[in-house]
Each structure stands twice: as structure tokens, then as C-alpha cells.
Design a protein around this ligand. Structure first.
Ligand code: PLP
Length: 480
């Protein structure tokens, strides 16, 4: 056991003792969560395992501090240490991504997107209606102004990727606030190939003339050419916003460079910090200088007090991501996704877009005669943790779905490589081939129930255990 892991072991053991002295059930659930994560194949594309240093940074008295405002300009007293933390996190973010400006306060990816949208509106909406009210931008409006403006505001149009093509709720999906604050339209993918069709995006943008063109995705298994998206945005005078929540780690690790790196091309880039970037749960906004002052109004526009303990952990995670080791990690994430995709394809499984070139593999489970819901549940019984996901033109809708989304960031952190991901594909195909759709109580076909063949779950868990034991989660961490 290295010094660091023995320190971590005693720190966590003692922390759990302290927690147990107040609410033992929480201490127990925390222990159990570690045991469960250690014993399962975590393939959820948006999850990872943050380092003990990142996790520990979140468990401090910074959690107790209020610090509304920005560095050096707070609405609360005694924020000198929060200022240090926030400045460091922002500095690491700017250096890591080569951004002009970074805002590290958003509590989550959704918050980061809301901050970005409001800053675009504040920065860009210049309408006669605003002038009439004597306001330069939307942040100067009173409640009564808002009332009269809602009907009158000029261009408040947003064009984003549709949910079933792999976009995110916050990219203009109707039931999300982004689909209400903007007049929204969506672009999809080519029905034949499943790939982004830039000419189709251009045609739609020319017709719709959006204020905001959003690029980025949650479930698209391919890289995006952000230089082309920039061209399209420029042709129609739109602000280009990229949500890199999913692939920020691949940008940080220099796997996505040139046209595939959104930072030099976009006006605003939003991200989460907890997915492929492997930091604490949270969000962040990178922006050009032009948008910096408007992004800084995230609080009070849509945020309250920042989570100082999480900003501190962001600084630690970003410092980790600036190490050379993170670049080799990111490359392995992408290589492993290739191995997983090849493993599926050679076993005749159907993949949306026919493969991957990022960290996501999207399996179409209709070829197994299953819905995404059935496949997700059967896999979970066998210790394979994934999530169901819509596929383009999904015949089973957004609840049952027809896809399973796999991601490689978490198991790559554990040290899985080509052979293990090939084995994962074999196990998944075996589970799904041995799963039959069930019936409803009335005897009709069910989209939820399923029957998993005898012994399949146990055999899969046993085969996984061999790989998981070889690549332990938090090696050397032993709880007393
Ligand atoms: N943006 C994208 C592309 C995402 O995939 C997600 C989450 O899955 C989010 C934003 C929202 O992140 P959060 O769950 O932290 O609010």
C-alpha cells in the first residue's frame, strides 16, 4: 500500500466513524456505495471516478461559506479564501482550455447552460422594444418590462441538436426552460448514416436565422467539426454556443484538437466537470472576452451562492487534468471506445452511426428484440450499469427507448484496456441475446418486463469480477 493510499484509507475510515456517530445509516450507505461501485461494470457515459484528492476537497468547511458575487466583489464578508479558490479554479480552466475567460460557479451543467443563455440574451438582444423601455440589455429590465417584452422581443431563436439525435434537454427541448425562453428548432442527423449533416444544419440555420446555434451532445457517438459550426453561425449571424459537458475530458486531454476543439471556435463553451473531465459534480462556462461581463452575472441572474467547496475541488481536478498523465488517460478513453465498438460489431450488434470516434457507443437493441428499458434492466441484473437512450427516430419513444448508451471514461480510470472492453462487449451481447421480452399482466407484449436466461446474471458477474479484481477501484483504499 503506498503512503497515499494508506492516508486515504485512514482518512475515509475516520470520516465514516464521525458520520456514523450522528447517523450510522448514512455511513453504512456510503460504505455500500463504494462496495457496489467496486463490484459493477460502470459504463454510464456521463459518470467517472474522481480522485480521492478531488473527493476530499469537497468535504470541508468551504461548504459553510456564502460568497454571492464574483472574485473581489462579494455580497458577503470574509470571502478572501473563497476568492483564492475561485481564482485558482478559473485560472486552471483558462490555462487548460486556452479560454479567454472562465466562470466556475455553476452548480451543474444545466446551470452552466442557463448562465450562457442569459448572457447571450443580455449581450446580443438589441431590439426597439428594449430601447423603448430605456434599457440597454435584458439585465436592466424591471418585472413590468419583462411582461411587455415577452411578446415583443426580437430574435430569441435557438437551434440545437434534437434529443433523439443525441442532443440534451437544455438545447431547446420543449419541456425544458430552454425550449420556453427561446423559440426553438432542432437539427437532427442523417437518417441513413446517423451522422451530423452540416449542409442540412446550414440550410435549417439559413431558414430559421437563430440567435443561438447550439452544438454539443449527450449521446452522439461522433466528433463534431466546430469550425464548420462556426462557419454556419457566421453565415446567419448567430452566437455559437458549444456544450462540451460530455467530451470536456477529451478536449482537456488534447484528443480533440483543431476543428474538433470547440474553444477557439465558439463564443461560449459550457461544460460539466464530472463526466470525462473527472472532477467534482458541477458546471463551468468558458467565454470570449466579449461575453465575460454578462457571464459574470450568472449570480444573481440564475445562481445564488456558489458552492465554494466544489469550486475548490474543481481547481484540484483541473490541476490534475493539466498533468501529462491526463492526456494519456483521455487517449485511452477514446481508444477503449473503439475497442468496445469493434467488440460489438464483430458480434453482429447494430451501432448507431456504425461506430464511434469519441467516448460513447450507442447500441441499437431492437436487433435483440428488446426495448432500451428491458435491455438496461437485464444488464443491471448482471452487474453491468448502463443507461437506456433514445436512438434517432426511436420507435419506442423517450421513456422505453431503443438504445443503450455506453461510455468508457469510468472503466478507463480503473485501468481497463482493449482486451477488457472486448470482453465487456462479449458479456453485453451474451446478456442481451439471452433476454426475452416479457408480457403485461393482461398477457400482451410488454416494453418493460423481460426474462433473463437462467444463470446468465451470475455467470456475467463472475466474468466481470475477474476483470474488476484485476483493476480495483481506488487501489489500496481499505475501510476499517
Ligand atoms: N449538457 C449535456 C450535454 C449533458 O449531457 C448534461 C448531463 O447529462 C448536462 C448538460 C447537464 O448536466 P447536469 O446534470 O450537471 O445538470
Amino acid at each position: 500500500m503506498s503512503d497515499l493510499s494508506s492516508l486515504t484509507s485512514s482518512a475515509y475510515s475516520q470520516a465514516l466513524e464521525v458520520i456514523a456517530s450522528v447517523e450510522p445509516r448514512i455511513a453504512e450507505a456510503t460504505r455500500q456505495e463504494l462496495a457496489d461501485q467496486r463490484a459493477s461494470l460502470k459504463l454510464i457515459a456521463s459518470e467517472n471516478y474522481a480522485s480521492p484528492a478531488v473527493l476530499m476537497t469537497m468535504g470541508t468547511w468551504f461548504s459553510d461559506k456564502y460568497a454571492e458575487g464574483t472574485v473581489g466583489h462579494r455580497f458577503y464578508a470574509a470571502c478572501q479564501n473563497v476568492d483564492t479558490v475561485e481564482s485558482l479554479a478559473a485560472e486552471h480552466a483558462r490555462e487548460l482550455f486556452g479560454a479567454e475567460y472562465a466562470y466556475v460557479q455553476p452548480h451543474s451543467g444545466i446551470d452552466a447552460n442557463l448562465v450562457a443563455y442569459w448572457s447571450i440574451l443580455a449581450n446580443r438582444v438589441e431590439s426597439p422594444a428594449l430601447e423603448k423601455l430605456g434599457a440597454k440589455n435584458v439585465s436592466e429590465l424591471t418585472e413590468a418590462d419583462w411582461e411587455s417584452l415577452r411578446a415583443e422581443l426580437g430574435n430569441q431563436r435557438l437551434l440545437g441538436m434534437s434529443l433523439d439525435a443525441g442532443g440534451h434537454l437544455t438545447h431547446g427541448f420543449r419541456p425544458n426552460i430552454s425550449g420556453k425562453m427561446f423559440h426553438q428548432q432542432q437539427y437532427g442527423t442523417d437518417p441513413e448514416t446517423g451522422l451530423l449533416d452540416y449542409d442540412a444544419v446550414r440550410a435549417k440555420a439559413k431558414e430559421f436565422k437563430p440567435l443561438v446555434l447550439v452544438a454539443g451532445y449527450s449521446a452522439y457517438p461522433r466528433r463534431v467539426n466546430f469550425a464548420k459550426m462556426r462557419e454556419i453561425a457566421d453565415e446567419v449571424g448567430a452566437v455559437l454556443m458549444v456544450d462540451m459537458a460530455h467530451f470536456a475530458g477529451l478536449v482537456a486531454g488534447k484528443v480533440f484538437t483543431g476543428d474538433e476543439n470547440p474553444v477557439p471556435h465558439a463564443d461560449i463553451v459550457t461544460t460539466t466537470t464530472h463526466k470525462s473531465l473527472r472532477g467534482p459534480r458541477g458546471g463551468m462556462v468558458l467565454a470570449t472576452k466579449e461575453f465575460a461581463a454578462d457571464v459574470d452575472r450568472g449570480c444573481p441572474m440564475v445562481l445564488g451562492g456558489p458552492l465554494s467547496h466544489v469550486m475548490a475541488a474543481k481547481a484540484v481536478a483541473l490541476a490534475e487534468a493539466r498533468q501529462p498523465a491526463f492526456q494519456s488517460y483521455a487517449q485511452k478513453v477514446a481508444d477503449n471506445a473503439q475497442s468496445l465498438a469493434e467488440g460489438f460489431l464483430k458480434r453482429d450488434a447494430r451501432l448507431v452511426t456504425g461506430g464511434t470516434d469519441n467516448h460513447i457507443v450507442l447500441l441499437d437493441v431492437t436487433s435483440f428484440g428488446l426495448t432500451g428499458r428491458q435491455a438496461e434492466s437485464a444488464l443491471l441484473d448482471a452487474g453491468v450499469v448502463t443507461n437506456r437512450n433514445s436512438i434517432p427516430s426511436d420507435p419506442n419513444g423517450a421513456w422505453y427507448t431503443s438504445g443503450i448508451r455506453f461510455g468508457t471514461p469510468a472503466l478507463t480510470t480503473r485501468g481497463f484496456g482493449h482486451d477488457e472492453f472486448d470482453k465487456v462487449a462479449e458479456l453485453v451481447v451474451n446478456v442481451l441475446s439471452n433476454t426475452k421480452p416479457g408480457t403485461t399482466k393482461a398477457g400482451g407484449p410488454s416494453k418493460a418486463s423481460y426474462e433473463l436466461g437462467d444463470g446468465v446474471a451470475d455467470n456475467t458477474r463472475a466474468a466481470s469480477a475477474e476483470m474488476l479484481d484485476k483493476h480495483p477501484l481506488y487501489p489500496g483504499l481499505e475501510l476499517a
